[in-house]
Design a protein around this ligand. Structure first.
Ligand SMILES: Cc1cc2nc3c(=O)[nH]c(=O)nc-3n(C[C@H](O)[C@H](O)[C@H](O)COP(=O)(O)OP(=O)(O)OC[C@H]3O[C@@H](n4cnc5c(N)ncnc54)[C@H](O)[C@@H]3O)c2cc1C
Ligand code: SF4
Ligand code: SF4
Ligand code: SF4
Length: 378
């Protein structure tokens, strides 16, 4: 049975919990706010099913995409509401128009991030845009399987580990399943998100929230929040929660040793920001958002022909070097220090650890400079 001794070895996908025939696994929150499986040993019959569906225990080899494209939604309104080029919405609309079901991550009433599904075009809006918190998957692998067994088309979107979790849960290929992963820097702690909201907002007052508001452009995006119709935006690099996230302070332990990057999740399509567009394809970059679309299967390729998208082929090697999150895990260097200081300082530990990081970088630079100076004079 599943027994998590090393937290790096669990991405929290929930496949074990949803597949256990005795329903004796429950996901519980740890002291960092992440969910992990716990087994009721009295009820467990030692069937090993949970281990068989765990994507970490059975991770795949890296693979390269069959095709790589720069892509954008031709509707500028959709593109501006999306994090990158609005490709997710084009894929989701295609599936809904074909009587399919779309699964994705949305905010709930408390601004926590949860998975859900929709069968309507209007319902897709809630999934649009990146939410930088680990989403709770609930029992949505079970629901996706039910729709697939009814012969419905299903688009399941999420982080690469959530896609790997679904594939392992299903243990069977479905012609009508399209899996779409987002390039994943890592998922921040839901506990830190909760603390951030409680220190910076009035309870029940948040009406609108976006991690990637684009009124300053796609590359200089804002963190945007409206409380009782008073709205406030802050450049992403000035927002405390985003600074801690982008500096890898409080990601899930598994994110520092990710098993699902570089084509290892089994997803059909990967969507990412085309951060290198200015260097690789400047003519496509109008700063409203541009996606990279990596197609890992023929299914993804077939669907592309039916989408309302503007796209153009790019070279995988050229684009991946501007987007390391597609292939490389985050750096764990300051994670331990963050949690140590969080016990005492709470959210103030974000600034504390970042100042330490700046000091260490300065010291490193200073030592290099001194070495070069001495060499010059000896
Ligand atoms: C936690 C996280 C980290 C990311 N890190 C990077 C990165 O390092 N580099 C990069 O190029 N791109 C990253 N992305 C992806 C990128 O921000 C865009 O989501 C992606 O390019 C798709 O953009 P879009 O405009 O086509 O669609 P959008 O409408 O912007 O994307 C919506 C899609 O994101 C999914 N989604 C949103 N939040 C979550 C969540 N918390 N968990 C699971 N799925 C979610 C929705 O289900 C939907 O499929 C990250 C996304 C997330 C959620
Ligand atoms: S061994 Fe079987 S019964 Fe026990 S927790 Fe795992 S799946 Fe459930
Ligand atoms: S990675 Fe997923 S399947 Fe494996 S133990 Fe964690 S929650 Fe369960
Ligand atoms: S970095 Fe890897 S383990 Fe972490 S959420 Fe993303 S896919 Fe999952």
């Amino acid at each position: 049975m599943i027994d998590i001794k090393d937290k790096k070895q669990c991405c929290g996908c929930g496949a074990c919990e949803q597949r256990c025939p005795k329903r004796c696994i429950s996901l519980k929150t740890d002291e960092q706010g992440f969910l992990y499986p716990y087994v009721d040993q009295e009820a467990c019959v030692n069937c090993h099913v949970c281990e068989q569906v765990c994507p970490v225990l059975d991770s795949a080899e890296k693979k390269k995409p069959v095709m790589t494209y720069a892509a954008m939604n031709p509707d500028d309104g959709i593109r501006l509401k999306s994090s990158s080029g609005g490709v997710f919405t084009a894929l989701a609309e295609y599936v809904v128009k074909n009587s399919g079901v779309v699964f994705g991550a949305r905010f709930n009433e408390s601004w926590e991030v949860v998975h859900d599904y929709t069968e309507t075009i209007e319902g897709i809006a809630a999934f649009r845009g990146s939410k930088y918190v680990q989403s709770v998957i609930g029992d949505y692998y079970v629901k996706a399987e039910q729709f697939l067994e009814q012969g419905r088309m299903v688009l399941f979107s999420g982080t690469p580990c959530q896609i790997a979790g679904l594939k392992h849960y299903l243990k069977k290929e479905y012609e009508r399943l399209l899996t779409v992963e987002v390039a994943c820097h890592g998922v921040p702690s839901p506990l830190i998100w909760k603390e951030y909201l409680s220190e910076n907002t009035e309870k029940g007052a948040v009406k609108e929230l976006s991690f990637r508001e684009k009124s300053n452009g796609w590359k200089n995006y804002n963190f945007y929040i409206c409380q009782d119709h008073v709205c406030h935006k802050e450049l992403f690099k000035d927002n405390m929660f985003m600074k801690g996230f982008l500096n890898d302070l409080y990601l899930r332990p598994a994110c520092y040793h990710c098993h699902f990057k570089a084509g290892r999740s089994g997803a059909d399509v990967l969507l990412a920001d085309f951060w290198g567009a200015g260097a690789v394809r400047p003519e496509l970059d109008d700063d409203k958002g541009l996606s990279l679309m990596f197609l890992y299967s023929q299914k993804g390729k077939l669907i592309l022909q039916n989408l309302l998208l503007e796209f153009s082929e790019v070279d995988y090697k050229d684009v991946v070097k501007y987007n390391p999150a597609v292939i490389k895990s985050a750096n764990p260097y300051f994670n331990r220090l963050f949690w140590k200081s969080h016990k005492e300082k709470g959210l103030a530990s974000i600034e504390y650890v970042l100042s330490k990081k700046r000091f260490l970088l300065f010291k490193k630079f200073h030592n290099l400079w001194r070495k070069a100076w001495r060499k010059l004079w000896n």
